[in-house]
Every structure is written in C-alpha cells, then in structure tokens.
Design a protein around this ligand. Structure first.
Ligand code: FES
Length: 241
C-alpha cells in the first residue's frame, strides 16, 4: 500500500478491509462494501480511497472508478455530518417532494450534493435530490443518513434541518436513531457496534404499518401468489452464442 493510503486509512481499516474481502469467494465482489468503508473513514470516495480499494482487491483504479462513479450512494466530495436526501421521483414529486426540495435549497443556500457548514463537522448538512426511496406509500418522504422521515411537508422538512443544524437529537419516523453519515456508511460496509446495534437495524422496526397492509389483507383472505411455472429455456443455435 502507498504511504499516503497507509496514513489515511491506518492499520485498523486495512484489517477491516481484509474482513470484508473474506466474506466473498472472489475479492472483487467486495468492492461495494469496501467503498462504503472508505466513505465511513473519509466521508466520501477520494482518489486515494479508490486507490486503496484497487490495492486491496487487486483491481485496476479504472475498474474501481467505473463503479464509484456509477452509483449515486458513493459521493465524490466530502459530505456533511448528515446527508439529507429528498425524494423527487414521480409520486413524491406530485405529493410535494419538489416543493420540499425547493424549500430546503432556499433555506440552506445549497444545491444538489452541496454542503452547508464544514464537511464532517457538527451541524453540517449535504443536500441531494434522490430517485425513488422505496417508500411511495408514505410520500412525500426524505431520508437523513438513509433513515426515513415519512409524509413530510416543506415546513416539517425546514424544521428538521433547523434541528440538525443545531445539533439536536432527531428521531426518524421509524428505524434506529440518527448517528451521522459516516456511521451509516460503516453499517453499509457491514460493521455494527455490538449486537444491539445490529438488532436495531434488522429487527423490523423500520417497517411501516402502511407498507405491511397489503400483506395483512392477503393473509386475512388467504390470498397467495400463483405458483411459479417452469418456463422452457429456448435452444440457442451454436453460431448465435
Ligand atoms: S417516489 Fe418517493 S419513495 Fe417512491
């Protein structure tokens, strides 16, 4: 590893990187959690972070860059203490998501993937508009550090960012409490501070009543999905392969 990467990431991160790699039969499969690990240390994926991943996974820097620049969850500039993601996809937009995003832009004085405050310092926020956050039944939604705030309005969202800027403890609509962008990235890399934190993420507390309603109605009526039929696989001629 280069001296600079060694200094930035340190022995503990190198050890955790090896732990991630050991989860997979092929080291290259570990790239996505590795990039989250880098973000948990630096608050974004730097050029040095991509080099670190390439070295740990025996990939080229170009291969790592191709992935890091494709997925929007990998940030190319330092994030604030919290990442505020406003859904502006079709349903949320129609239900008020566009108005929420416009309100936060105006209030914070920043645009997409821009940060108010000193990145990483308490009270700093990075704003982004996001594609569907998979909670359309609770639209319009936003997330802070990937935790949900359901059925928002421009006013409730403005109050939320005021409280985050002031460093207040804020409880999402469901799921575990907020611990900051870097801590969320650490979880996405697969690291949890003890059993209690792991259970708080996977015990179902993030489910919403509205989301489960369809499954409950189906259970009450005895409805089930139809059996999956075997679909014949068409023959492929030798020359067409
Ligand atoms: S459109 Fe916003 S959560 Fe799906």
């Amino acid at each position: 590893m280069t001296h600079a990467a060694q200094e930035t990431f340190g022995a503990e991160t190198v050890r955790e990187a090896a732990e991630i790699v050991a989860r997979y039969p092929h080291s290259r499969s570990a790239l996505l959690p590795m990039l989250h690990l880098v973000q948990s240390v630096q608050g974004f994926v730097s050029q040095e972070g991509m080099r670190f991943c390439a070295e740990q996974l025996e990939l080229s820097e170009a291969e790592v860059a191709a992935v890091a620049t494709f997925y929007t969850m990998y940030k190319r500039s330092p994030c604030g203490q919290h990442l505020v993601s406003v859904c502006t996809n079709t349903l949320c937009a129609a239900m008020g998501g566009d108005a929420i995003y416009a309100k936060l832009r105006e209030k914070l004085g920043v645009g997409h993937e821009e940060t108010v405050g000193i990145p990483g310092e308490p009270g700093s926020l990075t704003l982004e508009h996001a594609e569907c956050l998979a909670a359309c039944d609770l639209a319009p939604v936003l997330q802070v550090d990937y935790e949900y705030f359901d059925k928002q309005t421009p006013e409730s969202a403005a109050e939320l960012v005021d409280r985050l800027r002031a460093g207040e403890a804020v409880q999402p609509s469901r799921g575990p409490g907020l611990r900051g962008f870097r801590a969320a990235e650490r979880q996405l890399a697969g690291f949890f501070d003890g059993e209690a934190e792991l259970e708080s993420v996977v015990d179902g507390s993030a489910q919403a009543v509205e989301t489960l309603r369809g499954a409950q109605i189906a259970a009450e009526h005895g409805w089930a999905a139809p059996e999956v039929q075997d679909v014949p696989i068409p023959e492929v001629e030798e020359g067409a392969k």
